[in-house]
Write a protein that binds this ligand. Structure first.
Ligand code: 3EB
Length: 325
C-alpha cells in the first residue's frame, strides 16, 4: 500500500488537515508563515511566484504518531517516517561541521524508530552561493553532508537518497526527510554524470545524492522521489536563459522518469512538481512549457529560490506514483 499521497491545497484551507489523524506532513511556504512546533508542519522560507498561497499536504494511509528526539521532530506513519530538524547557525563560515552534526542527528533519530533507509532529503539554508574563506557555502555543505554519509552508509554510491539543496530566505540549516524501513532503488540519469562523481572543479567534495529513488510499497505500488533537477548535462551547467534551462531540465526529468519506468512494474505518473526559480519570473510561460511536456493535469508549485550553482536559474523536483488500477 502506498503510505502517503501528496497534493497541493490553498494555504488558507490547511487547518482542516491539521485535525486529520493521518496527516504525515504539511509544508507551508513563504517568509511570513509563522514557525510551527507541530512535528508534522514544515515551514520553508521561500516566497511563491504568481501571487498564490499554496501548501503541500502529505496524507498518510494510517494514523500518525508524532514526537521529538534530540531536536528532530518526526511523524511516524508506520511504514514511512517524516523528519525535520532546524539548526541555528552561529557562524556562517562553519556550515560544514553544522551540516555533519545535523545529518548525524537525523540518522540517529530515524534509527531510534527503526527506520534505516533515507529515501528523500530536502536541505534549505540561506546564502547558498556566498563564499567564506574562499569556499562557497553550498560546497561547504557538501563536505559536511558527505562526512555524515561516509559514517552512515556501507556503500556511498548505491544507497544515496534523492535530495534537493536550495537557498532559503530564513535563517538556519533546515533539513526535512523521508525514511523507510526498507531500501529504495537508486536511479541515476544517463544524460548526467552522477552527482557523487562530479569532478573536483565543483567543490572539494562531490554532492551526496541520487537523481531519484524508486520505492516499491508492494507488488504493484511504487513511489518515485525525484531530486532537484536542473539544466546540467554531463556535469556542466547548460544555457544562459531560464526558458532554455527549463527545456534542458525537462529533458533530464524525462530521462529520470524513463530510467525509473524500466524498473517499476506499473506505469509511473507525476503526482506533483515543485519548481524553484532564481529569478522573480511570471510562472505562466514556465507552466505552459511544463504542461506541453507532462500534460496540464500535473499540479505545479513555483517558488522563488536560490539554486546551488550560481548560473543555474531553474530546478524542478517531484513525486511520481505508480499504482495498479
Ligand atoms: C545538480 O544537478 C543540481 O546537493 O542535494 C540538485 C539536487 C542539485 C540536489 C544537492 C544539488 C542537490 O547538481 C544541483
Amino acid at each position: 500500500m502506498i503510505p502517503f499521497t501528496a497534493f497541493y491545497c490553498d494555504d488558507a484551507q490547511t487547518s482542516q488537515w491539521l485535525d486529520h489523524e493521518c496527516l504525515l506532513a504539511l509544508i507551508r511556504f513563504g517568509e511570513r508563515t509563522p514557525a510551527a512546533t507541530d512535528p508534522r508542519v514544515n515551514r520553508i522560507a521561500l516566497p511563491e511566484l504568481g501571487g498564490t498561497a499554496t501548501a503541500e499536504v502529505w496524507l498518510g494511509a494510517r494514523p500518525v504518531q508524532t514526537g521529538i528526539v534530540d531536536g528532530v521532530r518526526y511523524a511516524d506513519g508506520g511504514e514511512i517516517l517524516f523528519l525535520q530538524l532546524t539548526m541555528d547557525e552561529e557562524a556562517p563560515a562553519a556550515l560544514s561541521p553544522l551540516t555533519a552534526t545535523a545529518y548525524r542527528r537525523l540518522f540517529a533519530a530515524a534509527r531510534a524508530r527503526d527506520y534505516r533507509y533515507f529515501l528523500r532529503i530536502w536541505n534549505y539554508f540561506p546564502d547558498i552561493n556566498r563564499e567564506y574563506d574562499g569556499l562557497e557555502r553550498y560546497r561547504a555543505f557538501c563536505v559536511g553532508r558527505h562526512s555524515a554519509f561516509l559514517a552512515e552508509l556501507a556503500d556511498l554510491e548505491t544507497r544515496l537518497p534523492a535530495a534537493s539543496a536550495v537557498g532559503a530566505r530564513g535563517p538556519g540549516l533546515r533539513l526535512c526527510a523521508l525514511a523507510g524501513r526498507e531500501a529504495g532503488i537508486q536511479i541515476e540519469n544517463p544524460r548526467q554524470v552522477s552527482a557523487f562523481r562530479y569532478p573536483r572543479r565543483y567543490g572539494p567534495q562531490s554532492p551526496s545524492f541520487s537523481r531519484a529513488v524508486l520505492r516499491s510499497w508492494g507488488e504493484r505500488d511504487f513511489q518515485l522521489y525525484i531530486s532537484g533537477t536542473a539544466s546540467v548535462v554531463g556535469h556542466a551547467s547548460q544555457h544562459p536563459e531560464p526558458m532554455t534551462q527549463l527545456d534542458e531540465t525537462l529533458a533530464n526529468l524525462e530521462a529520470v522518469l524513463d530510467q525509473a519506468r524500466q524498473r517499476a512494474r506499473v506505469p509511473l505518473e507525476l503526482a506533483l512538481l515543485r519548481v524553484y526559480s532564481r529569478l522573480d519570473l511570471d510562472p505562466a510561460p514556465l507552466r505552459q512549457r511544463i504542461a506541453r511536456t507532462f500534460g496540464a493535469h500535473v499540479p505545479l508549485l513555483f517558488l522563488h529560490a536560490d539554486i546551488c550553482r550560481r548560473e543555474l536559474l531553474v530546478e524542478i523536483e517531484g513525486l511520481a506514483v505508480g499504482a495498479a488500477l
